[in-house]
Ligand binder design. Structure first.
Ligand code: BTN
Length: 243
């Protein structure tokens, strides 16, 4: 699979850059930036994006089957990214449901998938990934979760190699995902799962549910054991924390 890659010095958000140009894009087109002024995280949060310190990458894909076909996509992106990072030398990188990458129990990278398009039409999917490479503690901002970067973990990965490998692997994975769905990737999750068989809590609105995480089911729902019963939790508004 081919496509274009725009290399931008300064931008509001690489996801926004692609969304603003959706009519002109083909599946596989990507962009990277040195700096984002309005980097977006999940749930409307800000993604702190200092100049030159990290990787900010977005990739466009047109899903012919429509928005419903995107279920499980962000888990697939996490799997691909974790495998690429491991192969390039970050062997301890893990996935955290639903879509973060963790290293030594701290957040290394975040994934934001944004989808547009009418029901019944093809969906326009923008996959955004932010990976911490060498950023320092921000002076005038607060990062609300424990985080880590590759440099402080003593891992040297060339940023261009990382971007190129991610774009290549994502371009290869997307047609497989379109054809076979999440089921084609499901079994690769477990070995990468940071919280497999570990105690966790789920935050659902202001509810808190404690249990043992047992990976995910074929739909990508989190399996949580409580009082010897396992329940599946699916949905974007749930977040998971280690205990
Ligand atoms: C999260 O964990 O909340 C998701 C963070 C996603 C950040 C990336 S950086 C590249 C792309 N452009 C954005 O504005 N956000 C994503």
């Amino acid at each position: 699979p081919e496509g274009r890659v725009a290399v931008l010095p300064v931008i509001d958000s690489t996801n926004q850059y692609l969304m603003d140009r959706i009519a002109t894009l083909s599946s596989g087109d990507a962009c990277v930036a040195e700096y984002q002024g309005q980097g977006r995280g999940r749930r409307g949060r800000h993604w702190f994006s200092p100049f030159g310190a990290n990787l900010y990458l977005s990739l466009y894909w047109r899903l012919e089957q429509g928005p419903a076909a995107a279920i499980g996509l962000s888990l697939v992106i996490g799997i691909i990214m974790a495998e690429v990072l491991q192969r390039l030398g970050a062997q301890d990188v893990r996935v955290k449901w639903p879509n973060d990458l963790y290293l030594h129990d701290r957040k290394l990278a975040g994934i934001l998938v944004e989808i547009s398009g009418k029901a019944g039409d093809a969906a326009h999917v923008v996959i955004g990934a932010g990976i911490n490479l060498s950023m320092r503690e921000p002076v005038n901002a607060v990062i609300d979760q424990g985080w880590i970067n590759l440099q402080e973990a003593g891992i040297k990965i060339d940023r261009n190699d990382l971007a190129a490998s991610l774009i290549k692997e994502l371009r290869q994975a997307m047609p497989v995902f379109e054809r076979d769905g999440f089921a084609a990737f499901h079994q690769r999750w477990q070995v990468l799962d940071n919280y497999y068989n570990r105690p966790v809590k789920l935050l659902i609105g202001d509810r808190e549910i404690k249990g043992i995480a047992h990976g995910i089911d074929m739909q990508g729902a989190l399996l949580l054991e409580q009082d010897n019963t396992v329940k599946a939790y699916l949905g974007g508004e749930i977040s998971l924390r280690g205990l």
